[in-house]
Design a protein around this ligand. Structure first.
Ligand code: DGY
Length: 323
């Protein structure tokens, strides 16, 4: 009997071709995620699951999926999956690190530049017919080159952002669970406490995974420490930042600007007050959204899945079958 697999959204054509040649795959046909009840029912019977970061793969789903041999997530972050439950059942979990590092770092840098130079406002200004002449004092932004960048989370993506910042002659401060000596030697980055970083950085970029420690890491107390023209950039996970505290900080000019590719809640409803603020840029979680990166992520997810079904080590695992 061929293996059966549930895929919670369509993949890229080449990834689907590879998957279909190996097993019987059912793809959730909608643009929005399958409702929880559908996810629960579909996973009960299949041998493999390909999930997206929007699917809550919780204990109930994992325990109910009696035939499940592998979970393969099309993302690097796996905070939507109960890894403890997967480990307990010895179900390997794959993800797609590395190949999205540069695309995500590029977007973080685009947001840094976009916020500092007020690109959202400037584009609207031109489009709305307000551009009547050149002006010495209109739409003035902040310099990026030569400023101080504070990177919270110096993993693969944090390091890639730091390398880009070096090209802009920025001073780099970072806060991480442990020191990353290569980046200190290579770029002269300085390891500092979180409070020190928040006080000293002109631009703060978040690159931590979402977990118990990082949830709400940036809240009211942290905004108080930031410079009044500080720019906060989040391409990690929305829940790392307390949204209400961010609203207050932006409205009271406690900080200068925020650029968010991820939000809490996500998606952020278009009625949310954050969209009304002039000093915010919001993009819809597109950090890794380049054609080549998304295509490579889909292929790697299929490779992880196939390896799991064949009882082989996954090319990229967060949980291996031995753990
Ligand atoms: C991830 O991979 O975790 C990103 O958030 C989406 O690419």
């Amino acid at each position: 009997m061929p293996f059966t697999v549930f895929v919670t959204r369509h993949l890229t054509p080449d990834a689907e071709e590879k998957l279909n040649a190996f097993c019987i795959a059912e793809y959730w046909p909608e643009k929005t995620p399958p409702p929880y009840q559908v996810l629960l029912e579909k996973t009960q019977k299949v041998d493999g699951l390909i999930s997206m970061l929007t699917d809550p793969i919780d204990k109930k789903i994992i325990e109910g999926a009696k035939n499940l041999k592998v979970i393969s997530q099309v993302a690097v972050g796996v905070d939507n999956i109960d890894l403890k439950a997967a480990k307990a059942r010895k179900i390997p979990v794959g993800h797609t690190p590395d190949l999205l590092t540069d695309a995500t770092a590029d977007l973080a840098f685009a947001l840094i530049l976009g916020a500092a130079r007020r690109l959202g406002e400037a584009i609207d200004y031109a489009r709305d017919g307000q551009w009547q002449t050149w002006s010495l004092t209109n739409l003035l932004g902040a310099d990026v080159h030569g400023r101080t960048l504070g990177i919270i989370g110096m993993g693969r993506i944090g390091q890639a952002v730091a390398r880009r910042a070096a090209g802009f002659e920025m001073k780099i401060l970072y806060y991480n669970r442990s020191r990353v000596s290569e980046i200190e030697t290579e770029l002269g980055a300085s390891y500092v406490s979180l409070d020190e970083l928040l006080k000293s950085a002109d631009i703060i970029s978040l690159h931590v995974p979402l977990n118990k420690e990082s949830k709400g890491l940036i809240g009211a107390e942290q905004f108080k420490l930031m410079k009044e023209d500080a720019i906060l950039v989040n391409t990690a996970r929305g829940e790392v930042v307390d949204t209400d505290a961010l609203m207050t900080a932006l409205k009271s000019n406690q900080i200068g600007y925020a650029a968010l590719d991820v939000t809490d809640p996500e998606p952020l409803p278009n009625t949310h007050e954050l969209y009304q603020l002039p000093n915010v840029i919001i993009t819809p979680h597109i950090g890794s959204a380049t054609r080549t990166t998304r295509s490579a992520m889909a292929i790697l997810a299929v490779d992880n899945l196939i390896a799991g079904l064949e009882n082989q080590p996954l090319p990229k695992a967060v949980v291996s079958s031995e753990s």
